[in-house]
Write a protein that binds this ligand. Structure first.
Ligand code: GLN
Length: 534
């Protein structure tokens, strides 16, 4: 039977509910439990695929092809699992499913209402997710902040879930923020009291309160919060700002979070057996201060670091693996000219994925710079497209381009995939999720993966145009990975360059702190070597 831990947020958004949920999951996993996670996003979009990264950060792609919230990435990295796409529930999905049923006449003439029809649908989606992998525990993180109009049906459904599944099988964790007022010289608990009151007005009493704060809070303050918010004093825990998100499971473990949860929902585990040793050593490697390797992500969504969150994490995992400190810079490609002085500081360049023409010429300039200066360069999806386009341009295919940006180019080296040509609808229609990629022997790709066939996640409509495949190869572009039927080019590289690798897929989604992705490790290694010889 699956038990549920529901995580709500209060006071302000962006306090790290996702990391808190993932960290609780990590602790429970260390007891040998099978842990899954659900993210509820109360917005009306069906999925996050149509959202600009500036809205909610990166679009994470699950192995089964769901375009989902970035918190699923945190869960996958902390729990070291692959979550099914149904783990992301949105208002859009809930309402669409209920309306579809209504159109089919499934409600037999009933007036369809938020309670019970929408709330029943929410519970049914949650239970379906629980069944898929037979989880012992599912963490359910409710996005947004308690009090938001759009999250009300979800709170009601979650309240009902506790009644139906039983008090011993469902618990609520409320994550709040404790501000420090400089003028008063003290931490303030009132916003937490208010948000807990707001939560209680929905019929939900939190069992545990995780207090986020800039600096640690003391026990007297925790007792005060326990008193005013009606929770057990041992259930008020503090998660002050950490230098790395990977420290949070260790912080929560010290606060005895696992022990409290195990007692509260009667888990049949030995809390003393928790094994967080491997996690501790990861945190230790991440604390390494030298040697420093400077990598830049050169893309167009650089003003919001969350836009490239899985890439950042994958680079961190790789740096920890080879024992260097990552100095990560974000450089906008949406400029007339990249700053050469800035580029000279770099040991490696990463061109990420993206959509639309803005900032593409800057990416091409970055590719040119990397080729001319032998700087290791890694292109992901649109990054690989940029590599192919620039390679074509410097090999006498003037103005070569992708038809995503120029329909009339003489050299459409990147073109819409055949299957995409008939598609009109935007949402969920790209080539999405895990596909096999065959690696060609004696290439960098094959050497670093050390496998003939790999599975990687995709999210794209455009692809290297087979009409130009031979010409590009004749001019020196190495095709190092293809779909198993040879039809789609999945990886490219250059021979006479220290590290020039592009991939059509998104390897960043599969990197784990305990299992850094081979492509990122090899790239980081090349960047480290470059830094030593500078
Ligand atoms: N815009 C490109 C495509 O659709 C690249 C997508 C991406 O980088 N994820 O193919």
């Amino acid at each position: 039977m699956t038990k549920y831990i529901i995580i709500t947020g209060g006071v302000v958004s962006s306090i790290g509910k996702g990391i808190t949920s993932a960290s609780i999951g990590r602790i429970l996993r260390s007891y040998g439990l099978k842990v899954g996670a659900i993210k509820i996003d109360p917005y009306l979009n069906w999925d996050s695929g149509t959202l600009n990264p500036y809205q909610h950060g990166e679009v994470f792609v699950t192995h089964d092809g769901m375009e989902s919230d970035l918190d699923l990435g945190h869960y996958e990295r902390f729990l070291d699992v692959e979550l099914p796409g149904v783990s992301n529930i949105t208002t859009g999905k809930v309402y669409q499913s209920v309306i579809d049923k209504e159109r089919k006449g499934e409600f037999l003439g009933a007036c369809v209402q938020i309670i019970p029809h929408i709330t029943d649908e929410i519970k049914s989606l949650i239970r379906k997710t629980a069944e898929i992998n037979d989880y012992d525990i599912i963490l359910i993180e409710l996005g947004g902040t308690v009090g938001d109009i759009e999250s009300q049906p979800f709170l009601e459904a979650l309240r009902q879930l506790r009644n139906e599944e039983g008090h011993d099988n469902v618990m609520f964790v409320h994550v709040t923020f404790i501000p420090y007022l400089n003028a008063a010289g003290e931490f303030k608990t009132k916003p937490t009291q208010h948000s807990t009151k707001e939560l209680r007005s929905t019929g939900i009493n939190p069992d545990m309160i995780v207090c986020r704060s800039q600096d640690p809070i003391d026990d007297a303050l925790k007792r005060k919060i326990a008193h005013f918010c009606d929770v057990d004093p041992t259930a008020v825990v503090n998660a002050p700002d950490a230098s790395s998100i990977y420290e949070v499971p260790l912080t929560l473990d010290k606060e005895n979070v696992g022990k409290f949860i195990a007692e509260r929902i009667k888990l049949d585990v030995d809390v003393e057996s928790a094994d967080l040793d491997q996690w501790k050593s990861i945190v230790k490697s991440l604390q390494k201060q030298d040697p420093v390797v400077t990598i830049a992500i050169i893309g167009k969504y650089v003003e919001l670091e969350d836009s490239y969150i899985s890439i950042r994490e994958a680079l961190l995992h790789a740096a920890a693996k080879i024992g260097v400190k990552l100095n990560l810079e974000y450089i906008s490609s949406d400029v007339d000219n990249l700053d050469e002085n800035e580029l000279k500081e770099l040991d490696g360049i990463l061109i990420p994925g993206g959509f639309g023409e803005r900032g593409v010429e800057g990416k091409l300039d970055a590719v040119e710079y990397a080729i001319q200066n032998n700087v290791p360069i890694f292109g992901i999806c649109l990054g690989m497209h940029s590599m192919v386009i620039q390679f074509a341009r410097r090999n006498s295919m003037d103005n070569a381009n992708s038809t995503e940006f120029d329909l009339d180019t003489m050299y459409p080296v990147i073109d819409l995939m055949e299957k995409q040509k008939e598609i009109k609808q935007m949402g969920g229609t790209m080539r999405l999720g895990s596909y096999d990629c065959k690696l060609i022997k004696n290439t960098k790709a094959h050497n670093l993966y050390k496998q003939d066939l790999v599975k990687e996640r995709h999210r794209h409509r455009y692809e290297l145009n087979n009409d130009f495949r031979e010409e590009l190869q004749n001019k020196g572009l190495i095709i190092s990975g293809t779909s198993p039927d040879d039809f789609l080019v999945e990886m490219v590289e250059l021979e006479d360059h220290p590290w020039f690798v592009g991939c059509q897929f998104h390897p960043e989604f599969k990197s784990r702190p305990n299992n850094a992705h081979p492509l990122f490790v090899s790239f980081m290694d090349a960047a480290y070597n470059f830094s030593k010889n500078k």
